[in-house]
Design a binder for this molecule. Structure first.
Ligand SMILES: NC(=O)c1ccc[n+]([C@@H]2O[C@H](COP(=O)([O-])OP(=O)(O)OC[C@H]3O[C@@H](n4cnc5c(N)ncnc54)[C@H](OP(=O)(O)O)[C@@H]3O)[C@@H](O)[C@H]2O)c1
Length: 278
């Protein structure tokens, strides 16, 4: 099974679905990531703050897959936004994963009260020019944060990874991304503990297409054009979560799922203007 890909605004490409690696760690984490690669995932989403970059590198090696077949992504933590620290963070990620380039590095959260995300973005532009990183992007950036770094550097992020699931479908930010040529990635794409598996638009579509509710949600993500990053430690769920390219939701089904969205649909108080992570 080959996953379709999207072209990014820098000429590289990204699989239409990836694998979320938080909170997979240690030997169990390596086993879960290796089984995800065996299932066919070709994008592993990590972060310095997940403390599992060594496990990601080890899973890649255990899989036996060629380096260039697997997109490795990580994120710079909030405590390292000053330019020299952000560059050092990327260099450390390379050492920890034991690889000589990264496919995608994001700024994890904008942390606006710290006010240094512009420096972190300049650092990412630098490490991309040095060939350490193929693509650069951000996570949890609002329209204002995006405009700020684009105005400062002339470089538009390739992706912005956001909380996006049926209860919080991010219609405004998806429109902003469309206008700017930024690919959306979805974190907590199923909705984690609040996954709306029992909601009528989802159960109805699951019955109609003879698939699971989780597959309906991930297919909805794909049809929105966002790259979902489902996490599962369970090989069977890993396989079924990836198996969403053999059916298509109707426009009405997509709209009914999007209509589950609520202004208070976030999983926690993760508004990037106020929620900060170091
Ligand atoms: N950028 C950010 O700020 C940010 C924030 C949060 C997350 N993330 C990224 O997004 C990834 C995914 O987010 P997430 O783990 O919060 O949420 P999620 O992928 O929506 O949900 C994961 C949960 O759903 C369960 N699950 C997975 N597949 C299932 C299925 N088919 N049926 C029933 N349950 C299923 C998993 O359990 P089992 O493992 O037991 O199967 C796990 O408990 C993370 O791993 C991380 O890479 C990024």
């Amino acid at each position: 099974m080959t996953t379709p890909r999207h072209e990014l605004n820098d000429g590289t490409s990204i699989p239409a679905i990836g694998f979320g690696t938080y909170p997979l760690r240690g030997d169990d984490g390596i086993a879960a990531m290796t089984s995800a690669l065996e299932a066919g995932y070709r994008l592993l989403d990590s972060a310095v703050n997940y403390e599992n970059e060594a496990e990601v590198g080890e899973a890649l090696r255990r899989s036996g897959l060629p380096r260039e077949e697997v997109m490795l992504a990580t994120k710079i933590p909030g405590r390292d936004h000053a330019k020299d620290k952000a560059i050092a963070s990327v260099e450390n990620s390379l050492t920890t994963m034991a690889v000589d380039y990264l496919d995608l590095v994001l700024i994890h959260w904008p942390n606006p009260s710290v006010g240094l995300y512009r420096q972190a973005w300049e650092a990412l532009v630098d490490v991309r020019e040095r060939g350490l990183v193929r693509s650069i992007g951000v996570s949890n950036f609002t329209a204002a944060h995006l405009q700020d770094i684009i105005d400062a550097t002339g470089v538009t992020p390739a992706v912005n990874q956001l909380e996006l699931h049926p209860l919080f479908p991010q219609e405004q930010m998806r429109a902003v991304h469309e206008r700017l040529g930024i690919r959306t990635e979805s974190w907590s794409p199923l909705g984690k503990a609040s996954a709306p598996y029992e909601e009528e638009p989802i159960t109805r579509a699951a019955q109609a297409h003879d698939v699971t509710p989780a597959q309906v949600i991930l297919r909805w993500q794909v049809q929105l054009g966002s790259v979902p990053l489902p996490k599962s430690a369970t090989p069977e769920r890993q396989r079924s979560n990836l198996d969403v390219f053999g059916f298509e939701l109707s426009d009405a089904e997509v709209e009914a799922i999007t209509a589950l969205g609520r202004p208070d649909g976030r999983l926690f108080d993760g508004d990037p203007d106020t929620h900060e992570e170091m």
